[in-house]
Write a protein that binds this ligand. Structure first.
Ligand SMILES: *[C@@H]1O[C@H](CO)[C@@H](O)[C@H](O)[C@H]1NC(C)=O
Ligand SMILES: *[C@@H]1O[C@H](CO)[C@@H](O)[C@H](O)[C@H]1NC(C)=O
Length: 286
């Protein structure tokens, strides 16, 4: 096994697969951890080496961890995210001495309004566990820890259909049949990023990032109302009627993270530190 490999955790997810593609495209030896043969085959098609193993049973992929030179942690086990991530970091951090670790955070950790690289993260939300993880990664001695905070991911299929975070597909589907639900208001601003641009940002962080580096990855901000129109338009639905749902209803219908994040009015995201790495997102619109 090559000592130069990069291990990607969560490679079957939206962020992780984008990261895997970007690293493979750079010619790196990418090892991914997957839970099934079917997923292994999919990732091998992308050019990665797949290893069967479970995030929650780290002893099964100890060899891969010891022999890699860097880890991109893009895994989130949403059934019990806080405990799963805490346990994973307990195991990972002491074994990464002298190596790079790029951790996936979120654009929703900073509260509302204009976000700058220096503003503190806001606690008391369903994403507190991700703040805990972020702080541990940035502060762990002896590990070159970095964090990428991506916006909401999207991409387009060859036929033009907008895809990515579940909300985009849901809104398109609803538009075909009737009103489209939006949390709180159609005028909530959401940070967006194309999945290829997120992959590129992780690759840059690995290549040029420094210990404690925090890299925001949002390429544009657009209201959820406009996103609904774009999603519907991408499947040929021209007329979109929006219906605003309150926090209580959103919690029941979209879960804690969806109800929280899609109500946050994030009007600007400061990506200065990412630009300093050379990040130039290629997709500035849907
Ligand atoms: C990332 O964005 C948030 C929200 O805009 C901001 O508070 C934070 O300072 C930014 N971090 C960096 C390193 O730019
Ligand atoms: C979000 O902030 C922008 C800019 O301040 C404002 O125009 C917009 O109305 C806000 N949206 C909501 C839902 O408050």
């Amino acid at each position: 096994m090559s000592v130069a490999s990069v291990l990607v955790l969560g490679a079957t997810g939206m962020v992780g697969s984008a990261v895997t593609r970007a690293l493979v495209a750079k010619g790196l030896d990418v090892v991914v951890l997957v839970r099934s043969e079917a997923k292994a085959a999919k990732l091998e098609l992308l050019g990665a080496r797949a290893v069967l193993g479970d995030i929650r049973a780290p002893s099964t992929w100890k060899e891969e961890l010891l022999s890699c030179r860097a880890v991109c942690h893009c895994a989130a086990d949403w059934t019990d995210a806080a405990a799963a991530d805490e346990q994973l970091l307990d195991w990972l951090l002491p074994r990464l001495e002298g190596k790079k670790l790029v951790y996936c955070g979120s654009c929703w950790l900073f509260g509302e309004g204009a976000i700058t690289e220096a503003s503190p993260m806001v606690r008391g939300t369903p994403l507190d566990w991700l703040i805990d993880g972020t702080m541990r990664v940035l502060q762990h001695d002896g590990v070159c820890g970095m964090v990428v905070h991506p916006g909401c991911l999207f991409h387009r299929h060859a036929d033009g259909q907008l895809d990515g975070v579940k909300t985009l597909q849901r809104m398109a589907k609803e538009a075909e049949q009737g009103p489209v639900r939006v949390v709180h208001s159609a005028h909530v601003h959401v940070p967006w990023v194309h999945e290829d641009d997120v992959g590129a940002l992780f690759a840059l962080a690995l290549e040029r990032g420094t210990h404690g580096g925090i890299y925001n990855g949002t390429s544009f901000v657009q209201t959820i109302g406009s996103a609904a129109v774009a999603a519907a338009g991408s499947i040929g639905v021209e007329r979109v009627e929006l219906v605003e749902v309150d926090g209580e209803t959103a919690l029941q219908q979209f879960g804690a993270v969806g109800a929280f994040g899609y109500a946050l009015n994030v009007t600007r995201v400061d990506c200065t530190s990412s630009e300093a790495l050379g990040w130039r997102p290629g997709h500035l619109l849907f």
